[in-house]
Design a protein around this ligand. Structure first.
Ligand code: SAH
Ligand code: MG
Length: 926
């Protein structure tokens, strides 16, 4: 039974009003985030106060706006009462200067567009235009001239949609829904073609041709462009079944030389008529001709300007025909089975261009739709790269967060993201030391300019682009977590205001992501099952678990002693191979000779990072990893994707082989080394040694010992120490520490010198462990800034009230010293003052805070008073004059008193896990 497409019948009601485009919108379209508005508040005297009275003069705020575009800056000459108006005025001035005007004779109403569409279709078949070698339809027409009989000169209407973007533009003006609906486009072309003078269309199918016979000269001319090859072309496409249970598969298409390719393609879809081909927009790269083809459902187009698709069987019927995967991929409504193929004519060429579309291509297109997919693709690393959790200008690789967010929005058919950058005065005492800061809010709109999501932040950055990238990354990460667990978020969406700076408009949001939800949002509401079906779109949720499971099969090469530490830029080479157990086949899925990433930012799969952290430069290792989701494997598989799609997962495992090529130390360390001699870390050690000697200390615990640099150096100094202990929560750090202490102590014991006891514990310094009660010295160097402020206070309380060391030395960066560090870290860049700003506002991405001298002193004196300690302030790095030391230090001393009952010695409270111990030590395995 035919379905009916019932439309507005040309009535003016129900038509969307022609959009009025504001100057800002035009600027935004052209420049996006490169357009930078800054609004300045001006106080203006208000007239009409009370003359004669000695009151302060009344003023009000008015606004002036300047607009920065690449190569042009304009400022409004006057002021405006509303910020908005100031911005629009600035945008208008810029448009005038640039000579941009809304094109005078372009159609702007649906009616005008309709007339234009009719004229344009006519034009394609007009004698004077056809056929010439520059005709957009030349290739499509040429093939039909090779036919004999009835179909001579007839092309399927979708050819017009495929070859002429202007037609699509007009269709969208007539009905904005055309953007999302290829069937509506076909209906509009069909109805317009019926009205087009000189054009003939049939009533029962979708062929279109010139009313008049083509002149023999024209036909000859067209055929001259054809090389005369008559063998059919074979090309692979991907069959995307409508039924979700069936997986997409490779399909071989045979395109003959005297049939239109669209007919050949839809014949594989059991189409009743080869003119019924419907074609989506291009998918994937904009320049490609990859499109989805499907066969028009048996419909009748009845209106002149159709708005609605109403089936006589009810809406539900058309809906049941929707191919969800194909629709999700293209962002358009696709009905029935579909074929993804790369076939088409380039303009002015009558030879058909074809390229195979592999399963790998299909899954890469799918991957590109996930918020982190384009990052992986841009890094050419699908199996290893992950979207990092922090942005840093110096270490970011691949597409920038802003570009990623823009392409994400584009791929999901949303409006370009809207960045609202605010300049805020830093409020510092010294304007030169503290230039203006920037913060950036982000708004995500639908194509219809409905707000979906708003992110606002208080974070400020010294460079505008840093503000934009950081906020873009936050939004991408939000989308990642939404894509991972859509159901959970759907529930949360209903409470539209959330606390993390995100405000979601649930209705608009869910409307735009409806297709995603219908595929990946399992209605059962069970998140875990959703994840497993999401495939590549789900990110790895079981990271924590995997970290410890990664077992290094074997490590090659001697330990060079240069190892990747937190924050260092590490360059590796790797290969990832899929191994089929019984057949012992290996497929190399991915390899990279030079892959650079920053440790600790989440930029790689967790197992890779934990492997790399156990190696030093020039060492390599292999390990077996958990099998990634099927979609991801096939996306990575390239030429093997077809073969691998048939292999059972149970039979395979993934093997990585990784080599560390180079390590660049974190910026903080580089700065500390470049600027200070001896390096700051050594100065901290020497500082501690002074107190050890002064106290004749025999016991020392290093809270947050990391890879053991302090303990290690202490062994090189002659001291009174008999027992040294390190505590840390990082296994990686502790393993390093164990290795180097072990090496050092083994050598020492050979030399028969007195060797102290050394112990390493895995534990959190905010937990008390009675084995470390009342040590002579506690050190906590450059640790507190790595935990949240409340945890830093908790540590302070626990250590002074429970551990009760005689002396506690705490060091942390002095925030006020940063400008000096940053300036000297990037010297000789005077000509690009912008680049002088630091890559992040703190010295290290992992820092949760950095305190000024007064903040640190406030923290420390509070603690000291509370727990009956005295405290003195000192530091290392610099002279200590304004603005203080580079690294500020507080030295707490327990005051003799009867307060000892506060500490509970006797109780056995041992939450720390013993990791390594000297003597009696065995080196921990990885
Ligand atoms: N003190 C070392 C390492 C400083 S880096 C040095 O000066 O070189 C900070 C260290 O603190 C890291 O090794 C980190 O793992 C550790 N850390 C952070 N939070 C911790 C906690 N709650 N308990 C123990 N260690 C912690
Ligand atoms: Mg630090």
């Amino acid at each position: 039974m035919p379905l009916r497409l019932r439309g507005g019948g040309g009535s003016k009601r129900g038509m969307p009003a022609a959009p009025t485009v504001t100057p800002k919108a035009v600027i935004h379209q052209k420049y996006g985030a490169k357009a930078c508005y800054s609004v300045e508040e001006v106080r203006e005297a208000v007239d009409g106060g009370c003359p004669g009275l000695a009151l302060p003069q009344q003023t009000r705020s008015v606004y002036r706006c300047s607009l920065d575009l690449p190569g042009l800056t304009v400022v409004t000459p006057g002021t405006f009462v509303r910020k908005k108006d100031a911005e629009q005025a600035a945008a208008q001035i810029a448009l005038d200067k640039l000579g941009i005007q809304p094109t005078a004779n372009a159609p702007s109403t649906p009616e005008e567009a309709w007339d234009e569409l009719i004229a344009r279709i006519s034009g394609f078949f007009a004698d004077e235009n056809f056929p010439s070698s520059s005709h957009p339809l030349i290739g499509h027409m040429c093939v039909t001239f090779r036919r004999t009989g009835d179909r001579f000169g007839m092309i399927p209407m979708s050819a017009i949609a495929a070859c002429d973007v202007k037609v699509i533009g007009l269709c969208k003006l007539i009905d904005p829904k055309a953007e999302f609906d290829p069937l509506l486009v076909l209906s509009l072309i069909y109805n317009a073609a019926k009205k087009s003078p000189g054009v003939s269309v049939s009533d029962s199918n979708f062929w279109i041709r010139s009313q008049k016979p083509y002149s023999p000269e024209a036909v000859d001319l067209a055929l001259q462009h054809w090389s005369g090859i008559t063998n059919p072309i074979e090309v692979d496409g991907i069959f995307v079944p409508c039924v979700m249970e069936d997986e997409p598969k490779t399909i071989r298409l045979t395109l003959s030389h005297n049939e239109h390719y669209m007919g050949d393609i839809v014949s594989k879809l059991s189409a009743s008529d080869s003119s019924h081909a419907v074609v989506s927009r291009t998918v994937g790269k904009a320049s490609s001709e990859i499109r989805l083809y499907f066969s028009a459902p048996n419909v009748q187009f009845v209106s002149e300007i159709s708005n609605n698709v109403v089936s006589s069987l009810g809406d539900g019927y058309m809906e049941s025909l929707i191919n969800k995967r194909a629709s999700f991929i293209s962002g358009q409504t696709i009905y029935g089975d579909a074929i993804l193929a790369n076939v088409g004519y380039t303009r002015r060429d009558s030879e058909l261009h074809t390229e195979d579309v592999t399963l790998s291509n299909y899954y890469r297109i799918l991957l590109g739709k996930s918020p982190d997919g384009n990052y992986k693709i841009s890094r050419d690393s699908i199996l290893v790269a992950e979207l990092p959790s922090v942005y840093s200008r110096s270490s970011w690789k691949g597409l920038s967060p802003r570009d990623l967010l823009c392409s994400f929005c584009r791929l999901h058919r949303l409006a370009e993201p809207y960045f609202v950058v605010n300049r805020c005065a830093s409020g510092g005492k010294n304007d030169k030391e503290n230039p203006d800061m920037f913060k950036c809010d982000v708004k995500i709109y639908s194509k219809k300019q409905e707000l979906l999501l708003e992110y606002s932040t208080a974070d400020t950055w010294s460079k505008e682009s840093d503000a934009i990238h950081n906020s873009s990354l936050k939004v991408l990460i939000w989308f990642c977590s939404y894509f991972k667990q859509p159901n959970k978020h759907v529930l949360k969406l209903s409470h539209s205001k959330s606390t993390d700076g995100f405000t979601i408009c649930p209705d608009n949001f869910l409307h735009e992501f409806a297709m995603f939800l219908s595929i990946y949002g399992n209605t059962g509401g069970d998140d875990s099952s959703t994840c497993s079906t999401v495939g590549s779109l789900s990110m790895d949720t079981s990271k924590q678990k995997l970290e410890n499971n990664a077992v290094l099969a074997h490590v090659d090469g001697p330990d060079s002693g240069v190892f990747p530490s937190h924050g260092s830029l590490t360059c590796i080479s790797y290969t990832a191979s899929l191994v089929v157990k019984d057949k012992t086949n290996r497929y190399m899925l991915e390899s990279n000779n030079e892959f650079e990433f920053e440790i600790g930012t989440g930029a790689v799969k967790n197992q890779i990072e934990s492997c790399v952290s156990q190696l030093s430069v020039n060492q390599s290792a292999c390990f077996i990893a958990e099998l990634p989701p099927r979609d991801l494997i096939l996306a990575a598989a390239n030429e093997f994707s077809h073969d691998l799609s048939k292999i059972s997962r149970d039979n395979c495992f993934l093997e990585f082989s990784v080599k560390v090529l180079q390590v660049t130390e974190p910026l903080e360390d580089r700065m500390e080394k470049a600027l200070f001699n001896p390096p700051l870390s050594k100065q901290r050690v020497e500082f501690a040694v002074r107190y050890i000697n002064e106290l004749h200390a025999t016991t020392l615990v290093d809270f947050g010992c990391g890879s053991g640099s302090l303990l290690d150096s202490l062994l090189e100094h002659p001291t009174t120490l008999e027992e040294v202990v390190g505590v840390d929560i990082s296994r990686k750090g502790l393993t390093r520490a164990a290795k180097s202490l072990h090496q050092k102590l083994s050598k020492k014991s050979l030399m028969q010198t007195s060797v102290p006891t050394a112990v390493l514990y895995d534990g959190s310094i905010t937990d008390f462990d009675s084995r470390l009660y009342r040590f002579d010295i506690g050190t906590c160097l450059e640790v507190i800034e790595h935990v949240e402020e409340d945890q830093a206070s908790l540590f302070g309380n626990v250590v002074l009230s429970s551990f009760c060391p005689t002396v506690l030395i705490v060091s942390t960066p002095n925030y006020e010293y940063n400008p000096i560090l940053q300036r000297s870290a990037m010297p000789n860049k005077e000509e690009e003052p912008e680049e002088n700003a630091g890559p992040c506002k703190f010295r290290n991405h992992d820092h949760k805070f950095e305190w000024t001298r007064s903040q640190f002193q406030h923290w420390a004196t509070g603690l000291a008073e509370k727990h009956n300690y005295s405290v003195e302030f000192s530091g290392v790095g610099g002279s200590g004059d304004e603005p203080g030391f580079a690294s500020q230090i507080a030295v707490f001393r327990r005051m003799a008193s009867g307060q000892d009952e506060v500490c509970q010695e006797g109780e056995l409270h041992q939450p720390y896990e013993l990791l390594w111990e000297w003597p009696n030590a065995s080196l921990p395995s990885h």
